[in-house]
Design a protein around this ligand. Structure first.
Ligand SMILES: *Cc1c(COP(=O)(O)O)cnc(C)c1O
Length: 365
């Protein structure tokens, strides 16, 4: 009788909110207003308050949040945007779709986030922005990224898709850069029941422009001020997200508790994430690294434990981007991609299950 520990199960993740979602859907349906209504407006206010920002603009996805943030910043044509070399493909794609050139910079091998000490060497007179991706639920070193941005007059967009509620020093993710791009893809810590995204900012003029851009460049029907997009947060997703936002702190707290078990129990032989006093992480992903990653994955699966790899192939090795990065050498990124393994850490996992995972992991050595 083998135990099965799933990596993710969205039905289990959302089961706790079943009644809340049914109520939200009922009033949404009865409202008869399905695009950009009261639910989107209310969620935008509530999420801005949660992040500590003045504004929030709902959009259709996390990718769109990156594209629209960069578009709204009015960077010059051919501008270069600094992106971490080990991030999710949407980060590189967001820069390209916004019409700019991604410049890959290696991460810090301990935090897996872009290494501020390596950024300056890649700044040219075309560099206009940094996309700071808070990977796995840990915020980037925004203290030093902010200093570099000030020194070279660069804009900063945070990719907060894996870091809802994560904090660096006194501020949450989405409240450090010129804009924060969020995804509400169902597996994220604040996941919807479909696609969704949002941009947070403290810049009133930027927010105003984004409200136009996401809706055909228009705020008053049939009056078009900008060349815009159709990238709206769905009204029904906003209704669901309002319910889930009330639970986000609880979700993050549970994940931190599960992470604590891994930190305390996992023995030497594996590289665990670093813990830093200036960062409060939300563990969208809990990864370890092992030189025998593939055998380890197989060993865990034999014990009924499902794991994932974030990510198996770095952006510079993807077919679609093979001509984009000249003589690409990103050894740190490749080392991470070759050795990383993501352990189960979903909101429905019990402490007992995580203890079992940690025991099976230690049994591999
Ligand atoms: C999920 C994710 C995105 C993209 O979000 P979508 O809503 O799927 O477009 C962007 N960046 C990171 C780091 C992500 O994890």
């Amino acid at each position: 009788m083998n135990r099965v520990i799933k990596y993710e199960s969205l039905a289990d993740t959302n089961a706790a909110l079943f009644n809340d979602y049914q109520t939200a859907f009922g009033s949404f349906l009865n409202s008869g207003w399905y695009i950009l209504g009261e639910q989107v407006a209310a969620f935008e206010q509530e999420f801005a308050r949660y992040c500590g920002t003045t504004y929030c603009i709902g959009v259709a996805s996390g990718l769109d949040a990156i594209v629209l943030s960069l578009k709204a910043l009015d960077l010059p044509k051919n501008a270069e945007v600094i992106v971490p070399s080990n991030a999710y493909i949407a980060c590189v794609l967001g820069v390209i779709n916004a019409g700019f050139k991604p410049i890959l910079v290696e991460p810090d091998i301990h935090t897996y986030n872009i290494d501020p000490a390596k950024i300056e060497a890649h700044i040219s007179n075309k560099t206009k922005a940094i996309l700071a991706v808070h990977l796995y639920g840990k915020m980037c070193d925004m203290t030093n990224i902010t200093l570099i941005a000030q020194k070279y007059d660069l804009k900063v967009v945070e990719d907060c898709a894996q870091a809802h509620g994560a904090q660096h020093r006194d501020k949450k993710s989405g409240n450090w850069g010129n804009a924060g791009a969020f995804s509400f893809y169902p597996t994220k810590n604040l996941g919807a029941l479909g696609d969704g995204g949002a941009i947070t900012t403290n810049d009133g003029a930027l927010a105003e422009k984004l409200f136009y851009l996401r809706n055909y460049g228009s705020k008053i029907k049939y009056e078009n001020k900008y060349i815009g997009y159709n990238s709206r947060l769905d009204e029904v997703q906003a209704a669901f997200l309002r319910k889930k936002l009330l639970k986000l702190d609880e979700i993050n707290k549970h994940k931190r508790k599960l992470a604590r078990i891994y930190f305390d129990k996992i023995e030497t032989g594996f590289v665990k994430p670093v813990e830093q006093p200036e960062n409060s992480d939300v563990f969208h992903i809990f990864n370890i690294r092992s030189s025998k990653r593939n055998e380890l994955k197989k060993h865990l699966l034999e014990k009924g434990i499902q794991t994932e790899i974030h990510y198996p192939v770095p952006p510079h090795k993807q077919i679609a981007y093979r001509n984009l990065f000249k003589s690409p050498k990103f050894p740190i990124s490749e080392e991470i991609h070759a050795t990383t393994l993501s352990l189960p850490i979903a909101v429905f996992h019990t402490e007992d299950e995580i203890n079992y995972v940690a025991d099976c992991l230690n049994g591999f050595n």
